[in-house]
Write a protein that binds this ligand. Structure first.
Ligand code: URA
Length: 237
C-alpha cells in the first residue's frame, strides 16, 4: 500500500514523524535515485529504494521481538504511571502499534513476544489455537501426585472458572520445589491461581516457551532481539 514518505520513515524507527519531515525537507532522503523534498509524497515502500543520508533503508512492515522480561515492568503497550516492556526497547525497534502478544504479571519474568503485526499476535493469543505455554515456578510447599493429578484433571479456580487440563512436573524437589507447568490458555494470573487452588503459593514465575519456541537463554533479563523466521514458525508447531 502506498504511504506517505514521512510515515514510512517514522514507521521504521529511524526518526519521529516530525524529524522525518525535517530530514526530507532538507534533502537527506532519496527515492529510486532522486532526492524527494515533499514529506507527503506517497510511495509503495516495498517497491522503492529509499536512501536516508546515503544509506539504504531496509524497509520492514512488521517487527517481531523476543524479550526476556525482567520483573517490575507491565506487559502492556502503554501505561501512564508505570514502565512497560515497550519502554525497554531501543529506538531502532520502536514502531507505532507495538504490543506484547500475551501478558505476564509485573513480577513474572521470561519470554515475551512484542510485535506490530496484529494478525500474528492474535494467532498466538487465540484460545482456539490452544498454543502451549510453559512456565518454571518455585512454590512454597511440596508438589507431588495430588497436585499433578489435580492439574491434569483441570483445576477449578476460586471463582468457579474451570481450567483446561495442565501439565505439572517437578524439576527440583524440596520444601520450595522448582516445577514446570504447561497450560494452553491464558486466564488472568492463571498459574498463580491454579497453585492457590491446591494450597500453594507461587514465589517466582518464569515463562520459558510458547509453542515450540523456547526463550533464548543467552538473553539476560531485560535483553531483547529480533526473532528469526524459523522461530516465528516454531510458535505454531
Ligand atoms: N500465570 C500467572 O499467574 N502469571 C503470569 O504472569 C503468567 C501466567
Amino acid at each position: 500500500m502506498a504511504e506517505r514518505l514521512d510515515k514510512i520513515l517514522s514507521s521504521q524507527g529511524v526518526a519521529t514523524r516530525s524529524i522525518a519531515q525535517r530530514l526530507i525537507r532538507s534533502g537527506k532522503v532519496s527515492v529510486n535515485g532522486a532526492v524527494v523534498r515533499d514529506p507527503s509524497l506517497k510511495i509503495e515502500p516495498s517497491d522503492c529504494e529509499i536512501l536516508l543520508e546515503g544509506k539504504v533503508l531496509n524497509y520492514k512492515k512488521y517487527v517481531y521481538i523476543m524479550m526476556n522480561k525482567p520483573s517490575g515492568l507491565l506487559c502492556v503497550s502503554r501505561d501512564n504511571k508505570a514502565p512497560t516492556v515497550i519502554d525497554l526497547l531501543t529506538e531502532d525497534f520502536l514502531r507505532p502499534g507495538l504490543f506484547p502478544a500475551g501478558r505476564l504479571d509485573k513480577d513474572t519474568v521470561g519470554l515475551v513476544i512484542i510485535t506490530n503485526d496484529g494478525d500474528f499476535g492474535h494467532r498466538i493469543l487465540s484460545p482456539k489455537k490452544g498454543i502451549a505455554k510453559r512456565y518454571h515456578a518455585i512454590v512454597d510447599g511440596p508438589v507431588g501426585e495430588r497436585e499433578i493429578m489435580a492439574f491434569s484433571q483441570g483445576i477449578t479456580l476460586e471463582d468457579g472458572t474451570v481450567c483446561r487440563p495442565a501439565g505439572l512436573k517437578v524439576l527440583k524437589d524440596g520444601a520450595n520445589p522448582l516445577v514446570e507447568v504447561e497450560i494452553t490458555e491464558g486466564k488472568y494470573h492463571q498459574v498463580k491461581r491454579m497453585f492457590l487452588s491446591v494450597g500453594r503459593r507461587v514465589l517466582w514465575l518464569k515463562r520459558v516457551s510458547i509453542g515450540k519456541l523456547k526463550l533464548d537463554e543467552r538473553l539476560r533479563e531485560g535483553d531483547f532481539r529480533e526473532m528469526t523466521e524459523e522461530e516465528m514458525t516454531l510458535i505454531f508447531q
